[in-house]
Design a protein around this ligand. Structure first.
Ligand SMILES: Cc1cc2nc3c(=O)[nH]c(=O)nc-3n(C[C@H](O)[C@H](O)[C@H](O)COP(=O)(O)OP(=O)(O)OC[C@H]3O[C@@H](n4cnc5c(N)ncnc54)[C@H](O)[C@@H]3O)c2cc1C
Length: 383
């Protein structure tokens, strides 16, 4: 049996390699970077001993029991609740906007129903069908909260004004009329006890999986394999020949201190005058460990250049047109499936990445068993 090639040793590539290896396939897995785990890569900081989320903070969360059980086979996911704070106009608030945020911001002691009526009163009633993020926010929370928590942060994060972003982005962080400050709504939430890299190492620890790090996989190599799962960028597969899909990239400015820097894992900075979007203090992601020193990342967002790492796909009309073009090209490829966040040009949380990779493996296995075609995509990247 010819081998399967898996491009990318992030969660997508690792889950696929694991599943197929356990069904009897031999897998070569490649990553152009020097480490496993893709953007979830974590490593201990030499100076402080703190486990660091090198490409930005990662908190695992899901409602899917199957996915939760799957990840816990490789390391214990220790329960962790992300309680995000925001600093705006010289005050500290809790995020997502909840009853405490509203009461602190307006210096009130509203009950849930009073806060609801209050927001209904201050929301912009002239907006019937919000056409963009700004209108959506103005309708739901009114101008003051919008300007404090959304306007500056959105411009810093996306480099564009909220009027240029789709209204539905806001649906993801609805206002809460209670004191729940758990950032995610998911039933299961946690962080792997030994870090994400260990977790991926365990997944790939199988005799028929061969890992090739520092190896950029080229389209010309595809013929060496019965099938290739490609979790690199879809435009990169075609050598960007018809242009590059737009991404935001992040810069992390690391600093080390004695003791505790900010008393919390993540604090967002909403004001436009502050150039960073948030500060992550990594030791607070692993409260079961104890460290005298601390490591923080100030996070800055900017447009992704050709030498930068792609983080957040922009997916506005222009990018979607180019994406459609690359998807059309990808559909003509033989024995290649485009998977993961870069292969399908979507933002994917880890649990979605894992669920999709498990589903892709199952589709592959049943198609292979009946001698059927393997799809180029297991999801519609244009949706
Ligand atoms: C800042 C940030 C914070 C996040 N925080 C969270 C969070 O808190 N919770 C959550 O659930 N999710 C979070 N995510 C999402 C999470 O990072 C993704 O779900 C996950 O990384 C997707 O895995 P992947 O394998 O699809 O992609 P990646 O991790 O990007 O892996 C793809 C790999 O392919 C390699 N590659 C590409 N092209 C080639 C090639 N030609 N040859 C060889 N190798 C190649 C790359 O080097 C890369 O390592 C966050 C994402 C970002 C950007």
């Amino acid at each position: 049996m010819k081998k399967i090639g898996t491009v990318g040793a992030g969660l997508t590539g690792a889950v696929l390699a694991y599943k197929l290896a356990h069904e009897g396939y031999s897998i070569d897995i490649f990553d152009s970077r020097s480490h496993l785990a893709g953007n979830c890569y974590s490593k201990r900081d030499m100076e402080t001993g703190v486990m660091t989320h090198v490409y930005g903070p990662h908190i695992f969360h899901t409602n899917n029991e199957h996915v939760w059980k799957f990840v816990n086979q490789f390391d214990e996911f220790v329960p962790f609740v992300n309680r995000v704070k925001a600093i705006a106009k010289g005050h500290v608030y809790t995020l997502p906007i909840n009853l405490l945020t509203i009461n602190n911001f307006f210096d009130q002691t509203f009950s849930p129903s009073e806060a609801k009526s209050f927001l209904e009163k201050i929301g912009d009633k002239s907006i019937d069908r919000p056409q963009n993020l700004e209108e959506q926010a103005l309708k739901f929370v009114g101008r003051d909260l919008y300007e404090a928590f959304f306007l500056g942060y959105t411009i810093k994060q996306w480099g564009i004004h909220p009027t240029e972003l789709q209204a539905n982005i806001l649906n993801r962080l609805p206002v809460r009329f209670n004191y729940d400050d758990n950032y995610y709504n998911s039933f299961y939430q946690g962080i792997p006890r030994n870090g994400y890299t260990y977790f991926v190492e365990k997944m790939l620890d199988y005799p028929s999986i061969k890992v090739y790090l520092n190896e950029h996989f080229d389209r010309k190599q595809a013929g060496d394999y019965a099938h290739v799962f490609y979790s690199g960028s879809i435009d990169g597969w075609f050598n960007y020949k018809d242009g590059r899909l737009g991404y935001r990239t992040l810069d992390f400015e690391a600093s080390r201190y004695d003791g505790d820097y900010q008393g919390n894992a993540v604090i967002n900075y909403s004001d436009i005058q502050v150039p960073w979007t948030r500060i992550s203090e990594h030791k607070h992601f692993m409260p079961w460990e104890s460290h005298d020193r601390t490591l923080i990342f100030k996070e800055y967002s900017r447009f992704c250049g050709t030498k930068d790492l792609p983080y957040y796909p922009i997916r506005l009309a222009k990018e979607k047109t180019l994406l459609k073009h690359y998807v059309d090209l990808a559909m003509q490829e033989r024995n290649i499936s485009f998977v993961g966040r870069l292969g399908t040009y979507r933002y994917l949380d880890m649990h979605v990445t894992i669920r999709e990779a498990l589903e892709a493996a199952n589709i592959f296995l049943s198609a292979a068993a009946r001698g059927g075609d393997i799809p180029n995509f297991f999801v519609d990247p244009l949706r």
